[in-house]
Design a protein around this ligand. Structure first.
Ligand SMILES: Nc1nc2c(ncn2[C@@H]2O[C@H](COP(=O)(O)OP(=O)(O)OP(=O)(O)O)[C@@H](O)[C@H]2O)c(=O)[nH]1
Ligand SMILES: [Mg+2]
Length: 458
């Protein structure tokens, strides 16, 4: 991480060749304006008009050669009215790869140091512009892969996570304060009733548990799900992947053994980002290429959150299908789905056991896809999604879980009628964990660790 008080710079926008008409170099720190003045030559010829929140037009020029590196707009934001709470200068350059890189190099050669990942957000936090949950939400807003993920992250940015946690932390602090008062001045105060105290703490535990459960679902919006389509050859796995992705992504033929490799595609299903994998149909074969593909299909078993086990309803649930089902590790949920139901109507012979399988679809006509999607999300425990308002990220969830564990330990403390000193130990731990979520009781090392997971320029 950069030293506090240094002036830092980085490209704040995505960098890609041939993409984006504008790219932004952001400079933050006490020297931001000085650095800006060194690299920027205003079109008006004079360096007047450096007022806060005003846009200047001009060029970034290499001082030694006098060469123009880019035509830019410059935006100066004086502390504390900026994202970081420091003096900030933004240079709005042309997009793509080259100009913005050269502008950054020029800025770094003139008194700014390269910003470490997350450095801007960390400064925003340290200057009290954002609490920790809001700073983390910035990263989540940016990385959101669906509208719903963005909406949940924006709720966090708005302080939604902070407020939920802070209320609970305060409730616990009140109880803690009471206990400590009793430890110090027992004789002067009315006695505390452990049952009443326990009840108050219980409501906090329940609220936290709900939040953790919601977050488990919310994280699917953020991180997405990984799903593999597995099945015997020719049942329509590649066709299903093509239908779900809305493109002709995988090769489909009526030759069994068409797919030879794992093939991944990104889709969004009911606002949940999903990495969908097509796999080689699993069977006994002498073909060495197909064998390699099949080995990869089997590897997919353990890499995914859910497996769609596809079979052909016209052939019914065969022994081969059952053998495959037996291979799926127990902890990986799987959904059995019958495909090619459109052919079933034409086949007069329905003596097989297809009707036992309520989930029948057609990858070709799209029949049954709605029920299939519902079942798939149910299979991942994704229910009642509309209700979600707040979602903790992984770091926050694990701290909330630790707080719950501390509070649950108080059950024993109460049952065994232990004195108040014992209560305060676990209660203080719980308060500490909740404080860490919102960044109130957190060491510098942990902060560095959290922010270093951000990208450069955030
Ligand atoms: N009528 C009908 N045909 C289907 C359906 N799904 C797939 N097919 C056909 O079944 C054949 C095999 O489809 P694929 O998608 O290649 O099957 P696969 O499971 O990927 O096969 P492998 O890659 O060989 O394991 C193709 O001729 C598809 O057009 C369906 O729902 N209805
Ligand atoms: Mg295939």
């Amino acid at each position: 991480m950069n030293r506090p008080g240094s002036t830092i710079a980085a490209i704040a926008t995505a960098v890609a060749a041939d993409m984006g008409s504008v790219a932004i170099v952001r400079i933050s720190g006490p020297q931001a304006q000085a650095v800006g003045r060194r690299v920027f030559r205003p079109a008006s010829g004079r360096h007047h008009g450096w007022e806060s929140h005003r846009v200047l037009y001009g060029h970034v020029v290499e001082s030694a050669s006098n060469q123009v590196l880019d035509e830019v707009l410059l935006l100066y934001m004086q502390a504390p009215r900026s994202f970081t709470g420091e003096d900030v200068v933004e240079l709005h350059c042309h997009g793509g790869l080259v100009c913005v890189q050269r502008v950054l190099e020029q800025v770094l050669a003139n008194g700014a140091e390269a910003a470490a990942p997350g450095a801007f957000s960390q400064r925003a936090f340290l200057h009290g512009r954002l609490d920790l949950t809001q700073a983390e939400a910035v990263a989540q807003v940016i990385s959101a892969r669906s509208r719903r993920a963005a909406a949940l992250a924006l709720a966090g940015l708005d302080g939604g996570v902070y407020r939920r946690i802070e209320v609970l932390r305060r409730l616990l602090l009140e109880q803690l304060a009471q206990m400590e008062a009793h430890l110090d001045f027992e004789d002067d105060l009315l006695p505390l009733n452990p049952v009443v105290v326990k009840e108050k703490i219980q409501t906090v535990t329940e609220d936290l548990s709900r939040l953790v459960e919601d977050s488990r679902q919310g994280q699917y919006y953020q991180q997405g799900l990984k799903i593999a389509i597995i099945g015997c050859p020719n049942v329509g796995k590649s066709s299903l992947l093509n239908r779900l992705s809305g493109r002709d992504r995988a090769i489909v033929t009526d030759y069994p053994g068409t797919t030879r490799d794992l093939l991944e595609t990104e889709i969004v299903l009911r606002d949940i980002p999903i990495t969908l994998m097509d796999t080689a149909g699993i069977r006994q074969t002498g073909n060495p290429v197909e064998q390699l593909g099949i080995a990869r299909s089997r590897q997919a078993f353990t890499q995914v959150d859910v497996i769609i086990l596809l079979f052909d309803v016209n052939l019914g649930w065969s022994e081969a299908d059952q053998a495959l089902a037996n291979e799926i590790p127990e902890h990986v949920p799987h959904l059995r789905v019958g495909n090619k139901v459109d052919l079933l109507n034409q086949n007069k012979d329905q003596s097989n056991n297809t009707l036992k399988f309520p989930l029948a679809i057609s990858a070709i006509t799209g029949q049954g896809m709605e029920a299939f999607t519902n079942a798939l999300l149910n299979c991942c425990g994704l229910t009642d999604l509309e209700r979600l308002e707040t979602s903790l990220n992984r770091r926050q969830t694990s701290l909330a879980q630790k707080a719950i564990q501390s509070l649950v330990r108080l059950d024993n403390t109460e049952k065994n009628k232990l004195p108040w000193d014992f209560w305060t130990i676990d209660l203080r731990d719980a308060v500490q964990y909740l404080g860490e979520i919102i960044g109130q009781e957190i060491s510098e090392d942990i902060l560095d660790e959290i922010f270093s997971k951000f990208c450069i320029g955030k």
